[in-house]
Design a binder for this molecule. Structure first.
Ligand code: MN
Length: 133
């Protein structure tokens, strides 16, 4: 069987919030093939309940969601005692001036603008899951 670093311990858990079907499948596929346990979430209104149930080590958060902003969801997570310590990697289609700071101010530890390339995506995931000592 294919052996990766993350197979050595219990797999880290990543909640993938993305309403676009192709992006959600891509993110989930690359994370699964890297050995992570992945839970997809397409509906922003289900994010907080999904996060409480799945107990993730990291949340990938699309900022542009129907009906609700990913920024609002990050802020809600940060106010929830059971979720406030979970790192968030935001992905956004807009890379306007000041957007990164707004998203970080909402509580995201990482930030990538779309289109997301796999290399930088996986590096950002690893950095947030295994912060340098
Ligand atoms: Mn979206």
């Amino acid at each position: 069987m294919h052996q990766t670093d993350s197979d050595a311990a219990v797999a880290k858990r990543i909640l993938v919030v993305e309403d676009n079907d192709l992006n959600r499948k891509l993110f989930c596929d690359v994370l699964k093939s890297a050995g992570y346990a992945v839970e997809p979430c397409a509906d922003g209104e289900l994010v907080l309940n999904s996060a409480r149930a799945f107990d993730p080590d990291l949340v990938i958060m699309d900022i542009q969601l129907p009906n609700i902003s990913g920024m609002d969801l990050i802020a809600q997570m940060k106010r929830d005692t059971s979720l406030s310590s979970v790192p968030v990697l935001a992905v956004t289609a807009y890379a306007g001036k000041g957007d990164e700071q707004k998203i970080r101010d909402a509580g995201a530890q990482g930030y990538l603008s779309k289109p997301v390339s796999i290399g930088p995506f996986m590096r950002a995931v690893k950095e947030l899951l295994e912060p340098a000592p």
